[in-house]
Design a protein around this ligand. Sequence first.
Ligand SMILES: [Zn+2]
Ligand SMILES: [Zn+2]
Length: 456
Amino acid sequence: MFVHSLSSILVNPHSKDSEPVLRIGLVSDVPQQHLVFSSQFRVHERTLPAGPCVALGNGPVVELRGTDWSVKLPDGAVLSPVETGASFTITDMPVGTGFHWQQKEDLIYNGELEFSMTSAGMLTVINRIGLEQYLESVISSEMNPLAPSEFLKAHAVVARSWVLAQLARDHLAPHEQKPPGVDIWEWQDREDHALFDLCADDHCQRYHGLTRRISQAARDAVKTTRGIVLWAEEHVVDARFSKCCGGLSEEYHTAWGGSAPPGLVSIIDAQAPPQGFALPLDSEEKAAKWIKGNPDVFCRVDDPALWRALSLPMDRDTTNFFRWTIRYTQEELAAMVEHRTGAGLGQILRLTPLKRGPSGRMWLLEIKGQHGNLTIGKELCIRRVLSDSHLKSSAFVVEHRELHRDVPGGVILHGAGWGHGVGMCQIGAGSMAAQGSPWRAILTHYFPSCELRTLF
Ligand SMILES: [Zn+2]
Ligand SMILES: [Zn+2]
């Protein structure tokens, strides 16, 4: 099987194995899904015509109904395009689930289509696609394909490394004990997917198929870097990336559980340490000065044209990601914490950062309320509890306002960066490329302890 052949690639980096095929979950746990075939697809010696159809979970089988045809398929059935290059459309596919840019779109994909059923009779739609073709789409989906070409090449290597590391880590469940005294200890990682390798949404990597035009630049980026990965301590690096680090990149353990994979270290996202700041951020005072400051770093994009070249339409409204503020009244804050945690703390008296990582991102926060306290982590949990969707990051400083008998009338959160901040900073890498850095130099900057290897 394709995925299992990967282990031989990983053991022998000079293997001539062909590229792996991935199974990407497009839609999961739905009672039915509407599809459109661009041309004929074949399954179990039957040829299905072009046009719309609906896939219905029907007990242990999947029923496909077209305008004047229907077919019942067993769990795990794979539909292959009759002509190479044929595509299928998934209608109303959720995009950005749980994030502030959540929406539904019709998305078009290449490759094979697989249907999987859960024991509850719900349907999962999986796309089987070669790694390099998947990467062309991811580069286009995750970033503007018109972004600087050296950035796209660096991104291709990061995305390829990440995918291969995820598959290789399949057998390692990142268990981690909740530390004593902590009430909520949550993060999100790939262990969530049982039926497929990766999902198509922001949780794994945005994979929007052919919907966004795959640019020649994205194709070139994947082709130039074919088979090349980041490598450290005899492993493909589990190379993470996020939108904007805020000036310092973060360590793995602040965002995820289990032991940190090799090759991920915190760096200053600049040519030289920015003037006027004391690093590392080993005190609240230093963290506050950094987060409320405006350091001269790669991901501080002062040129709106560069931001437009680096962003997608759905992200373009968000211009305040390097430094941001958000205000809550006491009523809003108390209601949000209760809604998000289920804990009846009453009025919120104080938000106290207990632990921060090297980028200033909190990974342990104490929420002190009238009727009790709550200690929560890690960074994504903190971002969720203090927002209707997600705070942009957990690198924030809390200003308690209008104190009246120890009860604040509201809070202002002053924040920095967008995303978990681990690994490559997309905006910073785009800036480096725009300033003339080649892709290898960009990768060395964000992953200074890694080397590059060609796996296939
Ligand atoms: Zn996922
Ligand atoms: Zn950055």
